[in-house]
Write a protein that binds this ligand. Structure first.
Ligand code: GLU
Length: 484
């Protein structure tokens, strides 16, 4: 059975790259193999005591749980123990003792000064920097612990499930340090011990870990353990093709949630960040992703983080959710809406479902601003905005138009918020275009600006419907005053 893992280090808030790695592991496991769906293990790599914090750990756990991709076993499952490296020191210690006993590892007491000097000499001779084996056969009983890498090991090879055949020459590796002491193991040792003990079959992780893989293969071999399969995912890049960075992009999951991206949309977007289907499908349910995901369709080249695409995908999810279940959508969007607008939820839900608002919102945070023309006081707008030159609107024309619109409006009856009347209002206003022998923009543009005070706003009839007759008339009169 497939068993994968996500082992974040709690040295920062949940990173969007970690979310993608978790997602690909999750999809790969759930897609499964001939034995059916596999399992995913979620553990915490907190060997770096200085940089690891409980707050970051909590943020990472909460984030993956919220997204529904935390997996089957691990740190997030109540009662599960031993999924934090800091709780497993005894295990690593016995692995280290065994390596020392079998002479596959040895103590080294070389000082930092000595090692620095050695490296400087190697550099001067243009040689690769590697430990020269000074302490190899001294039989020391203390110091750091190094893995003995046999000179006749030959090439280290693995078949990467994304990148194909990988070959690293053993001479490129040296006797690397696997622990600072018996009680202070380092990443390579802990990760290999964990992957073995947790029976991991596939290690799927970022391309930045490629250089770690040969070292870890050597450790698996030294410990006499089966080496898992490896797959390295493409780097995530900023738009300028540099490695995704805080300076150019938001990188923590929270940033995206706080901006009003829906969890499902984020996952859909991340699924496509380095993977696609042959037919280039863009919107997927989780079931479809699980069914379609395979590692052989993961790209080798870097994946550019395209915020416009994320916006588009999120907009599609908003549209779908509003159409399918507006109450549920309102529940999710509520914090964004109610922090800015104090209006009747029933009315807001009605507006959200109005065809004129369909597809207008890319993010939940766009909603209050998009709806504000219907609710907030009319902003003060300049005369040039309503008497738009582009449409050839003269001041005389504007006055004539507004007077006519006011007259026509007085003759109409509608209940505030009755979207069934939108058509009637629309026809009445469009009728004025013909009556006055003008162009569409010369009549409809001034109405839109008079009602919203904005350059960009919903459709004029929608504005009138939700403002109600009284407010519509008041705003039209205000515009007439401005024009006079
Ligand atoms: N703890 C490592 C990280 O957060 C993951 C190492 C691995 O996947 O082997 O990058």
């Amino acid at each position: 059975m497939i068993r994968v893992r996500i082992p974040p280090s709690p040295t920062g808030l949940l990173h969007i790259g970690t979310v993608r790695t978790a997602l690909y592991n999750y999809l790969f496991a759930k897609h499964g193999d001939a034995d059916g769906p596999g399992k995913m293990v979620f553990r915490i790599e907190d060997t770096d005591k200085e940089r690891s914090t409980k707050e970051y750990e909590k943020d990472i756990i909460d984030g993956l749980v919220r997204l529904g991709i935390a997996g089957d076993e691990g740190i997030h499952v109540p009662g599960d123990k031993g999924y934090r490296q800091s709780e497993r020191t005894d295990v690593y210690k016995s692995d280290l003792e065994r390596l020392l006993k079998e002479d596959k590892a040895y103590y080294c007491e070389c000082s930092k000064e000595r090692l620095d000097q050695m490296r400087a000499e190697q550099q001067a001779k243009k040689l690769a920097s590697r430990y020269d084996g000074t302490c190899r056969d001294k039989g020391l009983k203390s110091g750091v612990i190094r893995l003995r890498v046999s000179e006749d090991r030959g090439d280290i090879k693995w078949h990467d499930l994304v990148r194909g055949e990988m070959v690293i020459h053993a001479r490129e590796l040296d006797d690397f340090v696997i622990a600072r002491s018996l009680d202070d193991p380092l990443y390579h040792l802990t990760v290999v011990a964990d992957d073995h003990d947790m029976e991991i079959t596939h290690v799927i992780r970022g391309e930045d870990h490629i250089s770690n893989t040969p070292k870890q293969i050597l450790l698996f071999e030294a410990l006499g353990w089966k080496v898992p399969a490896f797959a390295h995912l493409p780097l995530i890049l900023n738009e300028d093709k540099s490695k995704l960075s805080k300076r150019k992009n938001k990188v923590s999951l929270n940033d995206y949630l706080e901006e009003g991206y829906l969890p499902e949309a984020i996952l859909n977007f991340l699924a496509l960040l380095g993977w696609n289907t042959p037919d280039e499908q863009e919107i997927f349910t989780m079931e479809e992703l699980i069914e379609k995901f395979t590692l052989d369709r993961v790209h080798k080249g870097g994946a550019v983080f395209d915020v416009k695409k994320l916006d588009w995908i999120n907009g599609e999810y908003i549209k779908k959710m509003v159409a399918e279940n507006v109450d549920e959508f309102y529940r999710v969007a509520k914090p964004f809406i109610e922090s800015k607008l104090n209006e009747d939820p029933a009315l807001i839900k009605k507006i959200l479902q109005d065809p004129d608002f369909e597809g207008r919102f890319k993010k939940l945070s766009d909603i209050p601003e998009g709806l504000s023309p219907l609710f907030t006081a009319l902003p003060d707008y300049p005369l040039e905005l309503i008497a738009r030159e582009k449409f050839g609107i003269t001041s005389e024309m504007l006055k004539k138009v507004l007077k006519k619109v006011i007259e026509v409006t007085k003759g109409l009856e509608w209940e505030k918020g009755d979207s069934n009347k939108s058509q009637m209002i629309s026809e009445a206003y469009v009728g004025i275009v013909e009556t006055l022998g003008l162009k569409n923009g010369q009549v409809l543009w001034p109405i839109r600006v008079a009602l919203s005070g904005l350059e960009k706003s919903p459709n004029f009839a929608t504005l009138a419907v939700y403002l109600g007759k009284e407010e519509t008339l008041a705003r039209l009169k205000k515009a007439l005053q401005k024009a006079s």
